[in-house]
Design a protein around this ligand. Structure first.
Ligand SMILES: *[C@@H]1O[C@H](CO)[C@@H](O)[C@H](O)[C@H]1NC(C)=O
Ligand SMILES: *[C@@H]1O[C@H](CO)[C@@H](O)[C@H](O)[C@H]1NC(C)=O
Length: 434
């Protein structure tokens, strides 16, 4: 997939943008959110259809372009003793590319995303996929964007130790329980704990800089676990967190209900998430509310950067206008093609953006936090060269500052990085995926 993307970028100027967008859609829908699309609130899947068409057309070009770094999997068998297992009882896993040079003592820990499961049917499906079993995971993964080893694509983090922890629990690394009848292990919190402890034992404990990152369900996991991550380190370690597309809003859907809230409520109940939610939140709110970032972000003590598209495509499709809330299909076209949205639909989308902006108002008052809310139709922007790197042809930018630069400026304290874009369609730098 990544190789094809590189080929497309390098080889076909006239087709570059449409093909790139199609690829972004395919990669994002395929890698971050496929599980949610298969099992979630909505089951539309345009990404797969388009992906097939694209890959047929571009296969030969792929070989010519620079291949992305493929990083092999490590199965963490020792974690099983601590009960840290994937949904089907197999050991958890991670991918590790060692740092070098000046990055030798710095670490990025990336929590993989990919939806959730909220009922027996959905969890059964998940358990027999790469999202629920390390037996079924890819044996290697491409590291791109913030995980890239290329100094051009990723100037601030390319030489750090970079780790991707695979997601195989179904509740953003936060569940605890066992469903004996169905044989579901809900051990997200144990996977988080055992894997981070393992990384500490292989060198991370003496790190001078660390960054916890993740996208989508992984971005939510970052928000939930950020302060716990900080607590693993000595005060001499700089610890920060970065959540990409993790700002899932407790929004009213187009039928006046709260689809995502009821979905989250089921996840929290089924997977025993409550004890692992941030205590500052559960002390004052119900547990489902504490699975929503808006009720957690103001209480996070560790510096954290929130990167999110204001028109988060996953949220439009699965939270704002899921099929269940749109029985007449009035949103079907708009949901997969922003140009097909009528005036009243666009007003609802603008209102969604305003809710997101309002959600981060208190958060942005903290000096140590960072923010990049751009007015693009996207979901996950930090792990692909085209949306992360200036070198790949210009990442989305706000006031001429791109995403990689903003996150780097914030991490290293080079400059303040708190940017909120003007409303759609003012931003010509977007990589829209619908
Ligand atoms: C960093 O480099 C030193 C030697 O220069 C080596 O002993 C150490 O293991 C390296 N650390 C990591 C995390 O790779
Ligand atoms: C998106 O919608 C516009 C306006 O309805 C239409 O002209 C265009 O063909 C659509 N694009 C796709 C890819 O369906």
């Amino acid at each position: 997939m990544g190789e094809e993307a590189a080929g497309v970028v390098a080889n076909n100027k006239p087709f570059r943008r449409p093909l790139l967008l199609v690829l972004l859609l395919a990669v994002l829908v395929g890698s971050c959110c496929a599980a949610a699309q298969d099992e979630g609130i909505n089951s539309k899947g345009a990404g797969g259809r388009r992906r097939r068409r694209t890959s047929r057309r571009r296969t030969s070009a792929a070989a010519a372009a620079a291949a992305p770094l493929m990083v092999p999997i490590t199965i963490l068998k020792s974690a099983v003793d601590a009960g840290a297992v994937c949904m089907d009882g197999t050991p958890p896993a991670y991918h590790f590319d060692p740092g070098s040079g000046a990055g030798n003592n710095s670490w990025i820990v990336n929590l993989e995303g990919g939806g959730w499961c909220n009922n027996v049917r959905a969890c059964q499906f998940r358990k027999t996929s790469r999202r629920g079993s390390s037996d079924l995971m890819e044996k290697e993964l491409p590291f791109g964007g913030i995980m890239s080893s290329s100094p051009t694509d990723n100037p601030d983090f390319y030489n750090w130790n970079r780790v991707k922890i695979r997601y195989c629990d179904g509740a953003s690394f936060a569940g605890e329980g066992f469903d004996k009848e169905n044989g579901f292990y809900f051990r997200g919190q144990r996977i988080w704990d055992a894997t981070v402890r393992h990384l500490l034992s292989i060198g991370m404990s003496s790190a001078d800089k660390v960054l916890l990152t993740g996208c989508s369900a992984g971005g939510l996991a970052v928000i939930l676990h950020c302060d716990e991550f900080q607590a693993f380190f000595q005060p001499t370690t700089t610890v920060k967190c970065h959540a990409d597309a993790g700002l899932f809003l407790d929004a009213v859907d187009v039928s006046g209900g709260r689809s995502l809230r009821s979905y989250y409520s089921d996840i929290v109940a089924m997977q025993g998430v409550a004890p692992n939610l941030p205590p500052a939140c559960t002390a004052r709110l119900d547990t489902t509310s504490c699975f929503f970032p808006q009720n957690v972000i103001d209480g996070i003590k560790t510096p954290i950067f929130l990167l999110n598209a204001a028109y988060d495509v996953w949220q439009i499709q699965e939270s704002l206008a899921p099929n269940g809330a749109d029985p007449s299909g009035a949103w079907r076209a708009c949901k997969s093609n922003r140009s097909a949205c009528d005036t009243s639909q666009m007003m609802i989308l603008q209102d969604f953006r305003e809710q997101m902006v309002a959600t981060v108002r208190g958060f942005s008052g903290s000096r140590s936090n960072g923010l990049f809310i751009n007015s693009c139709f996207a979901h996950c922007q930090s792990e692909l060269p085209a949306t992360w790197s200036n070198a790949a042809g210009g990442s989305p930018a706000i006031q001429n500052k791109g995403i990689a630069k903003s996150v780097g400026d914030w991490y290293f304290g080079r400059a303040e990085a708190k940017a909120i874009d003007c409303p759609y369609a003012c931003d010509g730098t977007c990589r829209h995926i619908i």
